[in-house]
Ligand binder design. Structure first.
Ligand code: GLA
Length: 401
């Protein structure tokens, strides 16, 4: 079994873009104004640190969301999700949440733009994608980035990439209702081929770090357990971190977020003043920020072995202290530990399902995927989906007509 043998055949990126254009023409009987694409993301290390003003190390990947879009003369909104064979109609004057969910990522961006005072007319839009939804690769952020980028082009708004990222994040926070951090949108918008992005979520300064993997590849193992972050646990983690910060501030007023906390503060001050759960959540975040920094040093000297160890350590923290893993993710990481060809593995993204990220020696990919697939199937009744991903560029207009 090869990594692509246990997943449905998907068209390559170029043909996906052509397809979205054709789908638009078939549906609306006219050519679109713009085609925009935006990638999914991986995160090498630095999980649940973004909303704590910490560091993250994501990268955009060669799985994309594509939209074909054009402005209408009236206020009507006509959206088509080609992959789901689903459609949505609404009015730009009455943007409201939909029971279908996927239109919320589009409407949320429109709403944020309106809140900023931009006047928008109706539009026709078709979307397709090869980012597995629910796989922890941020397909929703990719869609939001596509839409804000397209609106920036169509209306000549002159927004910077960072402004667009913030609009996409606000859409998710305010309209969709997930209090997520900035990482996913930032990675999708700012992605660069073969580079990881070291982002400081406090200053929003970022640096590209070349990802020289040589004989290694990034393998994602999708548990096929769909995570539903908006339904609560994610927001609860955020609140627990904020609770920890409030407790620390009573003694250290300079601590504005967990980014400003250190290990001593957590062990000697926080431990005895807050519920145990708040302590363990904060401990994890402080340790993950440190791990990321040591991990980045390892990457800079091309020491993938040392980096891999940090990935495994990150998973333990996420599973035992932050408690955002699940039996399927834990099992895949345990299997990865037994494989000599895997240098490091961890759950990735928000958690409670989705994928693990593995750093694996190229020649062993097929046999390892097969072994892990069999063990996983014995335990959970179905095979995980394996994806090899390459690091690619961020949001872009792929055609203007
Ligand atoms: C989700 C959120 C991100 C980030 C990750 C965890 O992907 O959207 O902002 O918090 O979880 O690192």
């Amino acid at each position: 079994m090869t990594p692509s043998a246990n997943k449905p055949k998907v068209p390559n990126l170029l043909s996906l873009q052509r397809m979205v254009e054709q789908q638009f023409v078939e549906h609306f009987k006219t050519a679109p104004d713009f085609l925009v694409s935006s990638p999914g993301r991986i995160n090498l290390i630095g999980e649940h640190t973004d909303y704590n003003n910490g560091f993250v190390l994501p990268a955009a990947i060669d799985k994309q969301m594509n939209i074909a879009v054009s402005k209408r003369q009236d206020d009507e909104l006509h959206f088509v999700a080609a992959d789901f064979k689903d459609s949505y109609t609404g009015s730009v004057q009455k943007l409201a949440k939909s029971s279908k969910q996927w239109p919320d990522y589009i409407n949320g961006v429109l709403k944020e733009l309106q809140n900023k005072g931009y006047r928008l007319s109706g539009m026709n839009l078709v979307v397709n994608s090869n980012i597995p939804a629910g796989g922890g690769l941020s397909s929703s952020a990719a869609l939001e980035c596509c839409v804000v980028y397209a609106m920036n082009e169509i209306y000549g708004l002159g927004l910077s990439k960072l402004e667009m990222v913030k609009i996409a994040q606000s859409a998710e926070n305010n309209f969709v209702g997930l209090n997520c951090g900035i990482m996913d949108m930032f990675a999708s918008m700012f992605g660069k081929k073969d580079q990881a992005i070291l982002l400081d979520c406090r200053s929003l300064k970022y640096e590209y770090i070349p990802l020289e993997l040589h004989q290694y590849s990034i393998l994602l193992m999708d548990t096929r357990v769909k995570h539903s972050l908006a339904s609560g646990e994610y927001n609860v983690r955020r609140e627990q971190c904020e609770m920890g910060v409030r407790a620390l501030r009573k003694i250290y007023p300079q601590v504005l977020s967990l980014r400003d906390a250190n290990r001593a503060m957590i062990e000697y001050t926080l431990k005895d003043t807050v519920p145990d759960l708040v302590y363990t959540r904060c401990k994890y975040v402080v340790e993950e920020n440190l791990r990321l920094q040591v991990g980045c040093e390892a990457l800079r000297r091309n020491d993938l072995v040392a980096f891999g160890k940090k990935m495994f350590a990150s998973h333990i923290g996420l599973s035992k202290l932050y408690d955002v893993s699940c039996p399927e993710l834990d099992f895949l990481v345990e299997l990865a530990r037994e494989e000599h060809a895997i240098l490091g593995a961890r759950m990735m993204g928000g958690g409670f399902g989705g994928s693990t990220i593995n750093l694996i020696r190229k020649p062993f990919i097929n046999e390892v995927v097969e072994r892990m697939g069999k063990s996983y199937k014995n335990r959970f009744g179905q095979e995980p989906l394996a994806h090899i991903c390459n690091i690619s560029d961020g949001t872009q207009v792929t055609s203007a007509f």
